[in-house]
Write a protein that binds this ligand. Structure first.
Ligand code: NAP
Length: 358
């Protein structure tokens, strides 16, 4: 602090008052956003000033405080596997030029039919185009942010947390006391799956890379196998439920790790073929299921607030704490995606937009 006796005190300058600017009409308001005009790797992303989106009748406009990465966002960025393009996201270029799904922020406008939220509410969930200062989201994909959760933590939660919750419970039928193996336990979905499985009474083991074994243990896994040094065929334990989130182990190998009536839920796994990704392995497992004693299942996560609300109960109680491996400012979203492409991310990677830690 300067004092009057401080020889380095600069000459006093009168405070300058910026000229008052009239509020910008919503229709012409702009925002900073990450954009992509073509499919490609992270070099396809740039930061631009673009028009703010306008909420539709059942949507809210969110001032984004934080967003987060997930593998789905990477698929929509690259247009790979091609199935993504055929699913209606844009054949030659992304229809939605702003990437990002996970979001947390404050509602600043609501559509005419919105009943669950009002301006000023703190929310988290899934918004198409969350790597921006503002994003619109359907009210059906948002939940109230638990007060004890930071915007960063909330942003890290919805996409991966509800995938883990649905895989374990609605699809996997987890019951207390069951033995669970989470393959891909250190990633976005896996870090939620390990904690949720424990919170729901499961006894959990995990599979992760060498650098993440300690992390997975700290989340509550009893034994953590290193996928770089261990072939899962060499694991002695048998499991009531296996969540296969990472790697591309053949179904026959996975079945050998199941109890005779155990359940396998294939959540994902990268590096499948460039047209259909990993879906072929999933479909083969489902086709085989009626002919074996074990249950072999796949699923596509349902993006509905009922699941986000259920997840919020665990987040609020502290049963589940989002694992944030790294944080990047909005301007460096391309670097964040590059880290994910390189497989160097752990847990969730958060994009800080406005005051995210509060
Ligand atoms: N079905 C759905 O609705 C749904 C929903 C969400 C996600 N997904 C899919 O689920 C997958 C995982 O998503 P994510 O966000 O969790 O990805 P992520 O954050 O990249 O995590 C990938 C995990 O897989 C592990 N892994 C990498 N190579 C492996 C190997 N050879 N064997 C075993 N584990 C390996 C990684 O371990 P290390 O990093 O420690 O090496 C990490 O734990 C993606 O394919 C995604 O598309 C599907």
């Amino acid at each position: 602090m300067f004092t009057t006796t401080d020889p380095q005190t600069p000459p006093a300058t009168p405070p300058t008052t910026p000229p008052a600017t009239p509020p910008t009409p919503a229709s012409t308001a702009t925002m900073r956003a990450v954009t992509q005009r073509r499919y490609g790797d992270s070099s396809a992303l740039t930061v631009n000033q673009i028009d703010r989106p306008q909420p539709g009748p059942d949507q809210v406009l969110i001032e984004v405080h934080a967003a987060a990465l997930d593998r789905g966002t990477e698929h929509l960025m690259t247009g790979r596997p091609w199935l993504v393009r055929l699913a209606g996201y844009g054949l030659l270029r992304p229809k939605q030029p702003v990437p990002g799904l996970d979001v947390a922020g404050i509602v600043t406008a609501v559509g005419a039919d919105v009943t669950r939220f009002e301006v000023g509410d703190e929310v988290f969930g899934i918004a198409d185009g969350s790597f921006a200062e503002f994003a619109v989201a359907s009210e059906s994909k948002l939940a109230s942010k638990p007060a004890g959760l930071s915007f960063e933590q909330a942003a890290a939660s919805a996409v991966s947390g509800i995938a883990a919750l649905q895989a374990l419970t609605d699809v996997g039928g987890l019951e207390p006391g069951q033995r669970v193996l989470v393959i891909g336990a250190s990633g976005g979905v896996g870090t939620f799956a390990v904690q949720l499985a424990r919170a729901l009474g499961g006894v959990v083991d995990g599979v992760a890379g060498t650098q993440n074994l300690e992390l997975v243990s700290s989340l509550g896994a009893d034994v953590v196998h290193d996928h770089r040094t261990t072939d899962i065929a060499d694991i002695d334990q048998r499991y009531d439920l296996i969540l296969d989130i990472g790697g591309r182990n053949p179904v026959r190998k996975l079945r050998r790790l199941l109890t005779p009536t155990g359940t396998l839920v294939i959540v994902g796994g990268e590096h499948g073929n460039r047209i259909t990704g990993g879906i072929g392995r999933q479909l083969r497992a489902v086709a085989l299921s009626p002919f074996v004693g074990q249950r072999l299942a796949m699923f596509v996560s349902t993006e509905h607030h009922s699941f986000i609300d259920r997840l919020a109960v665990h987040l609020d109680s502290g049963d589940v704490v989002p694992v944030i491996g790294s944080r990047f400012p909005l301007d460096q979203a391309a670097d964040a995606m590059l880290q994910m492409e390189a497989g160097r991310a752990k847990g969730k990677t958060v994009i800080e937009v406005t005051g995210a830690r509060s």
